[in-house]
Design a protein around this ligand. Structure first.
Ligand SMILES: Cc1ncc(COP(=O)(O)O)c(C=O)c1O
Length: 386
């Protein structure tokens, strides 16, 4: 049958990283010894005390719908985390909503704020999920391109070049997927100044907040003067607590925005999984030891990647946080799609082409170090076949 699909899906493509990870899996299933460095998923198991909390919740009968904003126990734990760690005060009743994952949270935020034709700025190279959400809402994506030679620093001039009277929103992500760049306080001040002067809202995607190296520091833009009312914080459990499959994240922001977002949640998901939410309470209020262990492991891997992917043919910016290396392939003399093919064919490594992270990503491939040291070392050894 010839189906006609909604126009809104015309400009949406399926996730490149998911398709590449599936390709890696099918190659492995076919007996090929390929190393998958594509997926943005920690390889650590969810810490056992969090799993036990989920199990206890099921046994206790927490297996029904919850309040559409999430159980109050979790919203209070989130409010406490924001107060203790970020010096931000949010009401658990009206200013926090728990969502089934960060992707859904971004979708809600963009659908709630963007009308067709409204423009949204993203600092490139950036996570590919934002562009699809913006397109689905009928918005116009505008990439602010930052460069490796500037250590991915963003300037006032670069942002202002992309601001128009239609710019409604800027999405920031620090530490960044895919570069590992952490925005400095000075950069956040520039962004906040522009938001205030041009009446823009900022979505601050803080999902990698906990994975940060050396003496880099995470700062929340919402804590800058006059920014709380124009910031929507997105954070979640997938990366910090290795809980990707539990589908759990949250948004914190002004109660008027959250009221609109709650309508979207009620219409689409009703609420996040009750079991996951109880596990989330334990994640935030229980033992935090694993966080340190995981970050130490990521830092070790970061060092391996940074050393191994800087050679005669490749160069890699030293990630300051998150668990990705953004590898410069320009000396191979091919584009990033061809570089991925070449890395797969010759070195048996599956990577993501940089152009999927925006125009500024052409000339690069992304590798994830959400995988074992052993895999990373093997991948680096295979680079000699390039
Ligand atoms: C920058 C960024 N934001 C948000 C997400 C969404 O994560 P989740 O939907 O698992 O919460 C991801 C996942 O890869 C990400 O890299």
């Amino acid at each position: 049958m010839d189906y006609t699909f909604a126009d809104r899906l015309k400009n949406i493509t399926s996730s490149a990283t998911v398709s590449l990870a599936e390709r890696a899996k099918s190659l492995r299933d076919a007996g090929q010894d390929v190393i998958d460095l594509t997926i943005g998923e920690p390889d650590f198991p969810t810490p056992p005390h969090i799993i036990r909390a989920g199990y206890r919740a099921m046994i206790k009968g927490h297996t029904k719908y919850t309040n559409s904003r999430g159980i109050i126990e979790l919203r209070k734990a989130i409010a406490q985390k924001l107060e203790n760690e970020n010096e931000l005060l949010y009401s658990a009743d009206t200013e926090i909503i728990v969502t089934p994952g960060g992707k859904q949270a971004i979708m809600y935020a963009v659908l709630a704020l963007i009308n067709p034709g409204d423009e949204v700025l993203c600092i490139e190279p950036c996570w590919l999920g934002y562009e699809s959400c913006i397109a689905l809402a009928g918005g116009v994506y505008a990439g602010v391109e930052t460069r490796e030679e500037d250590e991915y620093a963003v300037t006032e001039k670069q942002i202002l070049e992309k601001v128009t009277p239609k710019t409604k929103l800027i999405i920031i992500n620090s530490p960044s997927n895919p570069t590992g760049k952490v925005l400095t306080k000075e950069e956040l001040e520039i962004i906040s100044k522009i938001c205030i002067e041009r009446n823009m809202i900022c979505i601050s995607d803080d999902i990698y907040e906990k994975i940060i190296f050396d003496n880099h520091q995470f700062h929340s833009i919402a804590s800058l003067p006059s920014m709380r009312e124009r910031t929507l914080i997105l954070n979640g459990f997938s990366k910090a607590y290795s809980m990707t499959g539990w589908r759990l994240a949250y948004l914190a922001g002004d109660r008027k925005i959250l009221g609109q977002i709650n309508k979207l949640q009620q219409l689409s998901a009703t609420c996040p999984s009750a079991v996951s939410q109880w596990a989330g309470v334990e994640a935030l209020t229980g033992l935090q030891m694993h966080l340190k262990k995981m970050t130490q492991a990521y830092e070790l891997r970061r060092n391996i990647v940074h050393k191994g992917f800087n050679n005669k043919k490749l160069a890699c910016f030293k990630p300051q946080g998150a668990f990705y290396g953004f590898v410069n392939i320009k000396r191979l003399g091919v584009n990033s799609d061809q570089a991925c093919e070449c890395l797969l064919e010759k070195a048996k490594i599956v990577t993501v082409p940089g152009h999927v992270f925006g125009r500024a990503g052409e000339g690069y491939v992304r590798i994830s170090f959400g995988t074992s040291e052993k895999n990373l070392k093997k991948a680096i050894k295979n680079l000699e076949y390039l």
